[in-house]
Design a protein around this ligand. Sequence first.
Ligand code: HEM
Length: 197
Amino acid sequence: MTPQPICTAQLPLSKRLKAGTSRAHDSVDALVMSVRPFASLECYGYFLRLQHDFHGALNALYDDIELNRLLPGLSELPRFDAVCADLADLQLQIPPAPQAVAPRSTYAALGWLYCSEGSNLGAAFLFKDTQQIGLTAENGARHLAPHPDGRALHWRQFVALLDGLELSEAQREEAVSGAVAAFDFYRAALRDIFPAT
Ligand code: HEM
């Protein structure tokens, strides 16, 4: 039997975002691991600067009124302050806040937020790695620590909000483009920050 192509138009938005970014995710995942960010506190310092660039650039989206209307509770989720606290824990200088990203539309911004919130899932593995270099949820690895309700529940709640939105096909496409742009941003920031990549 000939396999049927996947019709992404029928997928819930979260699945559509996942399908549209799985290649981007895997390349970013491999790139992060290749720079061995948890090999030493010095390497972790570079990783924190990368996280500072990413979460700092997205920070204003979490306070956006229209995005909070679409995703109630969004303003409670940003991790930028926790990244800054992690830098301070390690007595590293906190760089100036990066320029805010300006997604093309509210729907593209949803894709950026999907990328940022989803990164909490992979953070479970990264959080374990930080323990090898002596860091904890109270010292240096605050921004990778699980949400008080647990990562899985927190993610399911976010996914339910995304999947409950009534979007046109064009708006769903914009969300996927936004998520791809967010992964591209992360990859470019990593190459800027880590030496010899
Ligand atoms: C070494 C680095 C990384 C590893 C090992 C990793 C690993 C993972 C894993 C295992 C999952 C699936 C977890 C699950 O389904 O329970 C996941 C999901 C995800 N990660 Fe990563 N990740 C990494 C970096 C990143 C980065 C840097 C970003 C964003 C900038 C990111 C964004 C996402 C997103 C959006 C999802 C949700 C996928 C979905 O829709 O289910 N990840 N990651």
